[in-house]
Write a protein that binds this ligand. Sequence first.
Ligand SMILES: Nc1ncnc2c1ncn2[C@@H]1O[C@H](COP(=O)(O)OP(=O)(O)O)[C@@H](O)[C@H]1O
Ligand SMILES: [Mg+2]
Length: 284
Amino acid sequence: MRFQGSERYVATPDLMLAVNAALTLKRPLLIKGEPGTGKTMLAEEVAQSLGLPLLQWHVKSTTKAQQGLYEYDAVSRLRDSQLADTDSVAKVRDIRNYIVQGVLWQAFTAEQPVALLIDEIDKADIEFPNDLLRELDRMEFYVYETRELVKAKHRPLVFITSNNEKELPDAFLRRCFFHYIKFPDAETMQAIVDVHFPGLKRELLSRAMKTFFDIRGLPGLKKKPSTSELLDWLKLLVAEDIPLEVLQSADDKVAIPPLVGALLKNEQDVTLFEKLVFMQKHNR
Ligand SMILES: Nc1ncnc2c1ncn2[C@@H]1O[C@H](COP(=O)(O)OP(=O)(O)O)[C@@H](O)[C@H]1O
Ligand SMILES: [Mg+2]
């Protein structure tokens, strides 16, 4: 099994190398990068191109590691115990009826090999990755309530993504293969845009790209626009049929681009940009 990129996803050679290294090592692939650089989509595309079903676990600040293994539904059991019919009585007696399987359990017990995405692991608290060390390493865990050991039939291909909001513990890092998706250079970005908008007019594209990279280059931006924002913006430019001249004046000065809300997501950044345009206008 090797990943060669896909029609819908532009993978740089070093990214493909990383995916294949994780496949060879049978270790989780930890992918970091700015939001919108295609981390989640990578897992989807790799799974699809290798023909593996993808199980997804989207982590939130309140997510606990245990939820990925299983949860004991005590509330349902209590409710059922208040019913008097024989079915309920039999059901209540067996605790297994109240063990709810988590994503890891499903991945471990799937009949065929699967891919597993643990998305945005840095959202959870610091204990979360530590609590999953053993499970991801040994690919097994113990269910105390039923005294059963759940062991992976096939080692799932694990993707873990992080937006770098928190550091991950060393013991966790040791068990992963790591790749940082660098922000795409102009050439790679061009390839990504081509995948999404095959027929885009070259002139419009090159001007839009210049504006985009100019904005990204502004020192002091709070939130730099990323790939997905560029794609959104291009979609709007096409949909609204924005004329070329509006995008950039002939003398190559920066102007406030139309629909800037697709690129800049807070008022400080917009103000910063407006100041720059203002200064440029008055400096010539
Ligand atoms: N390498 C790429 N090839 C094709 N599309 C991409 C690529 N990187 C990003 N995208 C686009 O950007 C969007 C956001 O990507 P996503 O995987 O959600 O980013 P992340 O998970 O890193 O925040 C995707 O839906 C896709 O449209
Ligand atoms: Mg994502």
